[in-house]
Design a protein around this ligand. Structure first.
Ligand code: APR
Length: 248
């Protein structure tokens, strides 16, 4: 393990264009539930029943009651952990340019990263399903569910539900950045949801090193990643940053 931390620090020091792809695993230590595996949201709920666009259109009040209300309570009070802060520190050190995240919690920006592509949109804003007006989520009154726009329309998160398209600018820029980087850090994603999981493949095919940080193996581990540093994002990021500070 120590060897891999050293290797990652050396690879970061040698790289000239570093990008990160993150998933729900990086926010677990901030109290935000992940989706798959033990304790994940999809163990409690069927995503097709609760996080599919058809479910939202059919019965927004139900989706608000079961999923969005709880998400709002959790996300409103969440703070970045050392995993997010480690990536922000890499940017501060001039090592990391862009974070592509599947997360909608805004914690990379809160930690200080300035170029964050929100691949699955954001929970920071709610959008009217009728007139598209946006409201900051933390200011939305949820004493009545579902909350409504001043036009009377129902509000929904400005995030991507299953069955919806990835925002085209996010997809386009992510592909560009993945094919342009020479090192991609892949932190806390099960790498099973497409097209996000394709970004490390694009990076690898374009000649970049792919370094995974995850307590578990993923479909990328054998095929795409140069190596996997097994562990939680906070601990591993702290150690990589400390090692990088020593050698740079
Ligand atoms: N640090 C880093 N990774 C961790 C940690 C930790 N402390 N704890 C768990 N993990 C890893 C898990 O091993 C798993 O590989 O985080 C990953 C979480 O996987 P998912 O829950 O599937 O999250 P993600 O990959 O972001 O899911 C992608 O699926 O449902 C959709 O839209 C949702 O954006 C989400 C997408």
């Amino acid at each position: 393990m120590d060897d891999l931390i050293k290797q990652a620090a050396e690879d970061l020091a040698a790289a000239s264009k570093v990008t990160a792809l993150t998933g729900a695993g990086i926010s677990i230590e901030s109290g935000i539930p992940h989706f798959r595996g033990k304790g994940g949201l999809w163990e409690r709920f069927d995503p097709m029943e609760i996080a599919h666009i058809d479910a939202l259109m059919r019965d927004p009040a139900r989706v608000w009651t079961i999923l969005i209300k709880e998400m709002k309570e959790i996300v409103d009070s969440a703070n970045p952990n050392d995993g997010h802060k480690g990536l922000a520190k890499l940017e501060e050190m001039g090592k990391l340019e862009t974070v592509i995240t599947q997360n909608i919690d805004g914690l990379h920006q809160a930690a200080g990263n300035t170029d964050v592509i929100e691949f699955h949109g954001t929970f920071a804003w709610q959008r009217c399903m009728d007139c598209s007006q946006k409201y900051e989520t933390r200011n939305v009154d949820i004493s009545e569910i579902p909350p409504r726009c001043s036009c009377g329309g129902i509000l929904r998160p400005d995030a991507v539900f299953f069955g919806e398209m990835i925002p085209q600018d996010a997809l386009w820029r992510s592909r560009q950045i993945a094919s342009d980087c020479d090192l991609m850090l892949v932190v806390g994603t099960s790498a099973v949801v497409q097209p996000a999981a394709l970004m490390p493949v694009v990076a690898k095919e374009s000649g970049a090193k792919v370094v995974e940080i995850n307590p578990e193996r993923t479909p990328l581990t054998d095929e795409i990643s140069d190596y996997l540093i097994m562990g939680g994002a906070s601990d591993i990021m702290n150690r990589i940053v400390a090692e990088l500070e020593k050698i740079s």
